[in-house]
Ligand binder design. Structure first.
Ligand SMILES: C[S@@+](CC[C@H](N)C(=O)[O-])C[C@H]1O[C@@H](n2cnc3c(N)ncnc32)[C@H](O)[C@@H]1O
Length: 351
């Protein structure tokens, strides 16, 4: 019999997954399968019926960074230990012993001590470059490079025997860990030439492999990793993304508090009429839940943006084109596009 996992949403907006054990960090519904679409590339489908409310995926991040203003006083700052990722309460925080940056903290000394190998990989870099990149470039560039640094740090821990997440490379179909990251879509051709050139400058300046940052990857490979990360990273928000039709009054997903890369969740394509809602749980694991009954063979899609923010086809497509570099081919856009062209061709020519 297949295992069924249910999600409960607490009044605090933090979701808890019941039915899987603490030692089982990831969970994939037995009916969830990967296939390929000629236009969209990899995609999720279901091989059998999945009822509304069923959990389809629980995926641990391979790398996550906090994204908050005023980290020293912000209650939404998360623990830096990737096996934890829980909010770090102000009164109980353990800061970095080298005082690298205030965004780095742990929810206690146990989490900090257990995270020394991984944080050791990033600490000197953060201390040396964070201020410069933030002031001379932008907060966005800093966040992007920090995600890359944390991807490299997780790989470093994986290669040196301790997986940052407690995840063991799977021998089954699904790719976990670094092999999941390697299979992400996105390349130098996905992004505008000027943007790729500016990322290339950043890599050469800040992310070359050296004795203080021994990732041993070529500058070209790190540049490719940025192109993948930009096409696949998730923002983490306090409320769910993807409810449609919109509740009345509409409820937005709230303010972003982190950004993360998930090896399996990244397979999900976008739809402006999604059948999955997504939100990170209180450990930063991405949780996919069916928002309606899903029929055998159907594609499972999330929404890449807050559907309360972009409502008409023009603004949705423009947002996806600018931020994700693709023209949305979801069923809602395709049907609204044909409605628009029908309206247009039906217009009297002499008006
Ligand atoms: C996060 S990845 C999703 C997984 C991807 N299909 C793959 O092969 O790894 C995002 C990419 O998927 C494709 N994609 C996702 N949703 C799409 C949609 N609604 N219409 C067209 N392409 C889409 C685009 O190429 C986009 O850059």
């Amino acid at each position: 019999m297949s295992q069924v996992v249910y999600i409960t949403t607490e009044p605090s907006d933090r979701i808890h997954v019941t039915g899987i054990t603490q030692t089982q960090p990831d969970w994939i519904h037995p009916q969830l399968i990967e296939s390929t679409d000629a236009i969209k590339g990899r995609q999720f489908r279901v091989s059998g019926p999945v009822p509304k409310g069923a959990c389809l995926l629980v995926d641990s991040p391979y790398a996550v960074i906090p994204v908050v203003d005023e980290p020293a006083t912000n209650d939404n700052l998360i623990c830096s230990n990737p096996a934890c990722n829980r909010p770090a309460p102000r009164h109980a925080r353990s800061p970095c012993p080298n005082a690298c940056i205030p965004d780095v903290t742990w929810c206690g000394s146990t989490c900090r001590d257990a995270d020394s190998l991984r944080h050791g990989f990033e600490c000197a870099w953060l201390k040396r470059y964070a201020g410069t990149i933030r002031s001379k470039r932008s907060e966005y560039d800093f966040g992007m490079l920090w995600v890359i640094l944390r991807l490299l740090a997780a790989r470093h821990c994986q290669l040196h025997g301790r997986t940052a997440l407690g995840v063991v490379e799977s021998t089954r179909h699904w790719k976990h860990g670094w092999s999941g990251i390697e299979s992400l879509c996105g390349s130098e051709d996905t992004w505008p030439h000027d943007e790729v050139r500016s990322w290339s400058v950043l890599v050469k300046k800040y992310l070359r492999s050296n004795p203080a940052l021994p990732h041993e990857m070529s500058a070209d490979r790190v540049l490719h990793l940025i192109c993948q990360e930009e096409a696949n990273s998730f923002g983490l928000y306090p409320r769910e993304t993807g409810h449609f039709p919109l509740p009345n009054p509409p409820v937005d997903r709230g303010e972003q508090y982190a950004a993360a890369v998930y090896p399996t969740a990244a397979i999900a394509n976008h739809s402006c009429l999604p059948n999955i809602i997504h939100k990170a749980d209180d450990k930063g694991r991405m949780v996919f839940t069916a928002s309606r009954d899903i029929f055998p063979g159907e594609e499972c899609c999330i929404s890449y943006f807050d559907l309360t923010q972009y409502t008409d086809i023009t603004s949705r497509r423009e947002h996806l084109r600018k931020s994700f570099r693709f023209v949305c081919q979801c069923e809602r856009c395709v049907s609204e596009e044909s409605d628009e062209s029908t309206e247009w061709t039906a217009m009297p020519m002499d008006i």
